[in-house]
Write a protein of this length. Structure first.
Length: 143
């Protein structure tokens, strides 16, 4: 999570994600949100999947660690990609409570409705001591 937070701090909208090989524990890719480029799909998780695809990485061998719970668009992309596991810090419910625009649907709800294969392992609330401050600051700026 510290590496994902480092990525998030580089973005105007502070969302970051990293890709970890589940066998070796090696961090193999990292990405930040870049929607200000004009691409509304350029969330950190989608950018991460694009980077992984460019390198030919097989997603069932990898876990995604994201500073925030993947939105429905990113959740769908992660499920289609077949990632093995997803860990996130701040939940969509918390982002919504902070007043940040969000589609407040839990990743696990989306995964439950998928018939794409075995659902990934999911861990939420990971290192919120590092991720919540990103979004509390964002909420102060957003208001």
């Amino acid at each position: 999570m510290p590496q994902a937070v480092t990525c998030a701090r580089t973005a105007r909208w502070p969302f970051g994600a990293v890709l970890v090989n589940v066998n070796s524990g090696e961090l193999v890719a990292r990405a930040a949100n870049s929607v200000e480029s004009g691409d509304a799909t350029a969330h950190a998780e989608v950018n991460l999947l694009r980077a992984a695809a460019t390198r030919g990485l097989r997603m069932p061998e990898h876990a995604v660690v994201s500073t925030a719970e993947p939105c429905p668009m990113c959740a769908g992309a992660l499920l289609w990609a077949g990632v093995r596991a997803v860990a996130f810090g701040t939940s969509n419910a918390r982002l919504t409570a902070l007043g940040l625009p969000q589609i407040n649907m839990p990743f696990t709800s989306i995964a439950r409705h998928s018939s794409l294969g075995p659902p990934p392992a999911v861990a939420g609330g990971v290192r919120t001591d590092l991720t919540d401050p990103l979004y509390e600051e964002m909420a102060r700026r957003y208001r």
